[in-house]
Ligand binder design. Structure first.
Ligand SMILES: [Zn+2]
Ligand SMILES: [Zn+2]
Ligand SMILES: [Zn+2]
Ligand SMILES: [Zn+2]
Length: 488
């Protein structure tokens, strides 16, 4: 026979040496059967690319110039994803490898999450060193998010094994170290698409896992940011006044209009609040202008007066006719009422009394192990279509299976969780004043030491179980979880 029997056009059934391949329906067509039509396109003057829509396919810019281009379309499904079949075949291994690489896009989610976490811990530490007292839940929530992070990483590691198993099953049907005929193209292309779906769903699962913790992290970020703006106001006023060393900074607001009983004229300035005093520093060009202060203990109550004509005000009652009036935007009035409410009740569950508790927090979240595992899996998977022993793998005698999580790891995890619970209980007991500071500090020290040691041990043990062979793992999962392929 003169022609390769595989090189047949699906439209006219003629043999042809030169065929096009449709990436949508998987058909191969000769030059004569491919539809060529002039199509209205747009031209990008940034990168000179011609695209069908109004956006540039390459750089994403909005195009304004129109262009006409002869587009090739599939005679069966009219898709424009038409490729030269020879080039498609030549690019298959490259395509396979970039599809497998997509597994690591999930890592970007983890990286950006852990970067955000580090930034927040660092600035929260800084704020606490400046002796800021509000928002005690910053610490508690960061601790919880840290626990959650390691749980997610553990899950991500387990799911990676399952996803790799799927990709492995599919990749095993591919053989790239020999010639590929056109007739195989459709099947291979379909397999590559399935692999891409597996890899992308892994990163989707990770983004999904991180979406709630990320929202919580953003809440904390907003709180820390607010404390930062307060801190800047305190810093700017440092030459004129500074709270006493025993005071905790609570909040500061600029451009507040205040009327004091001693001075009937309303003045504009910055209002500072600590857990002991309220300070007001009027705007003034005089360097020696002093801040007025009112001890919180002298304030009887705080009330807001609503008025359509003069705007809403906050009335601070100290004693009979001894009244401070504050005029400021409504959102600040709400905030001030909230803050005074906490300070009046000496709600120490709300105000952090130990600002140095934050010092124990480590700013870095460790996911190096998952990172290494991901690299290893990707490398192994990429080699599969090129290994000659491809089919021998299955026939190898089955070695005794190792458990994925050893008893040692499990016991360490249980101990670690118990120690973390103890720490949380301690902090709670201290805040509720049911234990003395001496007991608190000594027991906290011991518990944090224990947590640190357990974490180190756990890392060591997990590191040694990472060498766990790839094929053993695959066997483990193929026995327990039969591969279910998405079918079209
Ligand atoms: Zn044809
Ligand atoms: Zn088609
Ligand atoms: Zn462009
Ligand atoms: Zn699969």
């Amino acid at each position: 026979m003169e022609y390769d029997t595989n090189k047949k056009c699906l439209k006219c059934y003629q043999y042809n040496d030169y065929l096009y391949y449709c990436e949508d329906c998987g058909g191969t067509f000769c030059n004569g059967c491919i539809v060529s039509e002039k199509t209205d396109c747009t031209y990008c003057n940034e990168c000179a690319h011609i695209s069908i829509g109004s956006k540039c396919d390459v750089c994403g810019k909005l195009n304004h110039l129109t262009a006409e281009k002869t587009m090739k379309r599939c005679p069966m499904c009219s898709s424009s994803k038409i490729k030269d079949s020879k080039r498609k075949i030549e690019g298959l291994s490259e395509e396979f490898s970039s599809n497998v690489n997509l597994l690591s896009t999930g890592l970007d989610t983890i990286k950006s999450f852990s970067n955000k976490y580090s930034e927040i811990v660092t600035s929260a530490k800084h704020i606490r060193r400046e002796r800021f007292g509000l928002y005690p839940n910053i610490e508690g929530n960061l601790l919880r998010i840290q626990d959650l992070f390691y749980e997610i990483i553990q899950r991500a590691s387990e799911i990676l094994d399952k996803v790799s198993q799927h990709i492995y099953q599919d990749a095993r049907t591919l053989i790239f170290n020999q010639n590929i005929s056109v007739s195989k193209l459709r099947g291979i292309d379909k397999t590559l698409k399935i692999i891409k779906t597996h890899a992308l769903s892994y990163s989707n699962i990770l983004s999904d896992y991180f979406s709630d913790p990320l929202n919580e992290l953003e809440d904390i970020e907003a709180k820390v940011k607010e404390l930062k703006t307060f801190s800047e106001l305190f810093d700017n006023a440092i030459e004129k006044f500074e709270p006493e060393i025993y005071e905790l900074k609570i909040a500061a607001f600029a451009n507040i209009k205040v009327t004091f009983p001693s001075n009937k004229r309303r003045k504009v300035g910055t209002l500072f609040i600590t857990n002991k005093k309220m300070y007001f520093l009027p705007k003034s060009k005089l360097i020696k202008k002093k801040a007025k202060s009112v001890p919180i203990s002298m304030i009887k109550d705080v009330d807001s007066k609503r008025s359509i004509f003069t705007g809403n005000r906050l009335i601070i009652n100290m004693s009979e006719r001894n009244i401070v009036k504050i005029k400021c935007p409504d959102n600040i009035i709400t905030k001030l009422k909230f803050i005074f409410g906490i300070l009046f009740n000496e709600n120490e569950n709300y105000i952090v009394t130990d600002p140095y508790m934050m010092e124990n927090y480590r700013a870095n979240l460790n996911f190096g192990q998952l990172n290494d595992k991901l690299d290893k899996r990707i490398k192994d998977l990429k080699e599969i279509p090129f290994s000659s022993s491809n089919y021998q793998l299955k026939e190898r005698p089955i070695e005794p299976r190792r458990e994925v999580e050893s008893e040692e790891v499990m016991n360490l995890k249980i101990e670690l969780k118990a120690a973390k619970d103890t720490l949380r209980e301690l902090i709670k007991a201290f805040n509720e004043r049911s234990i003395t500071p001496e007991v608190y500090f000594s027991r906290r020290e011991k518990t944090t030491q224990k947590i640190y040691m357990l974490e180190q041990q756990l890392q060591e043990v997990q590191k040694s179980s990472l060498d766990f062979g790839f094929t053993d793992l695959l066997r483990y999962y193929s026995e327990r979880h039969p591969d279910r392929h998405p079918t079209r």
